[in-house]
Ligand binder design. Structure first.
Ligand code: SAH
Ligand code: SF4
Length: 377
């Protein structure tokens, strides 16, 4: 029966070696297997021709090289692709690929839902269902690679060249599984995406920022979104625990940050909330001494949201002030808007149902607060 088979996706190299040792196989076998799974993208043991026929059959009796089911795939007219992947227990998460001039970034989810409740974020309206396992995080990459036919890993000019941990969830609240999955993605004999092409985005879980820098060495993006604790705490309740000063101190100490490898500060542009010229000047002052760049994100609306994006002119002014202070501050071009594919906009079907319920409640005149508690189980 399939549910008795162990999925090899998501095992670390050491765990895979231990599995092979347990069935009396040499380390070399684990290395060959790793290469088939992550270098070649092969899921059928029968095709792993460097392994003996006997071993292939034995593997097939105990293991599987799995993929999450793709519950839905959507393609945008700007070539973005979004997958709703379904895991063995029926839970779903989204991943989206955003192309950029022959390359592109896969935006991956780390949790189903989120414990945090940032007011502008759609995921923030959904409570945490559970963390994703390392296998489920890696599985999102496997689905993307399959979808774009990007095997073997040595293929030149791969489209899925970068990874951003910017989907559903707070990656640093699922640190162990995120770390394990990123190490699998970085392995040079497998998926082989260099740490320089991986960006982890956090809402500011201060105690884990340094650890991520030391152990993973990936690029750091920080969702800042405000220049005062008062405004930031309102938008992002995590700020009450880790206020701006502590967050920026952690950024100052981030291992591996230097001028050629800056920390990205994400800043969602909310009309009348955080977008004045004074805010922009204060922002430049705050990050002084940090190798920093900005990413200005026009607020991406969702049904039921209480915010509105700043106008293009206001966003441009904000960007110019940061530029004049010596910082790169590009405005993120909304991609995949027609399929709601933008990062930070990923959501599940259960959420969609809940939002339509919420809208029905609103239409019926039943009050809800600004940030509704989930109404489903
Ligand atoms: N939890 C992590 C990563 C996921 S969110 C974090 O908060 O950083 C990825 C990015 O999208 C964050 O910067 C988040 O603030 C931003 N975001 C969330 N909702 C958004 C929206 N509706 N419009 C624009 N950006 C949004
Ligand atoms: Fe969670 Fe990030 Fe959304 Fe905040 S912005 S609710 S941390 S996913």
């Amino acid at each position: 029966m399939t549910d008795e088979l162990t999925d090899l996706i998501g095992l670390s190299r050491a765990e895979l070696a231990a599995e092979m040792a347990a069935i009396g196989e040499k380390q070399l076998r684990a290395r060959q297997l790793w290469h088939w799974i992550y270098g070649q993208g092969v899921t059928d043991f029968a095709h792993m021709t460097t392994l003996s026929k006997g071993l292939r059959e034995r593997l097939g009796r105990s293991y599987v090289v799995g993929r999450p089911a793709v519950a839905r795939q959507q393609a945008s007219d700007d070539d973005s692709r979004k997958w709703l992947v379904r895991f063995a227990d029926g839970n779903e998460a989204e991943a989206v690929f955003i192309p950029d001039d022959g390359r592109g970034a896969l935006c991956m989810s780390s949790q189903i839902g989120c414990t945090l409740t940032c007011k502008f974020c759609h995921t923030g309206t959904q409570r945490l269902v559970r963390d994703l396992t390392a296998g489920e995080i890696v599985g999102q990459m496997m689905v993307a690679r399959d979808s774009y036919d990007e095997w073997p890993s040595t293929k030149q000019d791969r489209l899925v060249s970068n990874v951003v941990m910017m989907g559903m969830g707070e990656p640093l609240f699922n640190y162990d599984n995120v770390a394990k999955s990123l190490k699998i993605l970085m392995d040079p004999d497998g998926i082989a995406i260099s740490r320089r092409r991986i960006t982890l985005s956090t809402s500011g879980v201060v105690p884990l920022i340094r650890r991520a820098g030391e152990e993973l060495g990936v690029n750091l993006a920080v969702s800042l979104h405000a220049v005062t604790d008062e405004v930031r705490s309102r938008l992002m309740p995590i700020n009450k625990k880790y206020p701006i000063r502590e967050l920026l101190d952690a950024c100052r100490d981030y291992p591996g940050a230097h001028n050629a490898r800056r920390i990205t500060f994400e800043y969602v542009m909310l009309k009348g909330i955080n977008d004045s010229a004074a805010d922009a000047r204060e922002l430049a002052r705050l990050v002084k001494g940090i190798p920093a760049k900005f990413n200005l994100i026009p607020f991406n609306p969702w049904p039921g949201a209480s915010h509105v994006s700043s106008s293009p002119a206001v966003i441009k002014r904000f960007s110019r002030i940061l530029n004049d202070a010596g910082y790169s501050a590009p405005i993120r071009v909304p991609r995949g808007r027609d399929i709601l594919a933008a990062c930070g906009q990923l959501r599940s079907d259960s959420q969609r149902q809940r939002l339509s319920l919420l809208k029905a409640r609103r239409a019926a005149g039943i009050a809800d607060d600004h940030h509704p508690a989930p109404v489903d189980g």
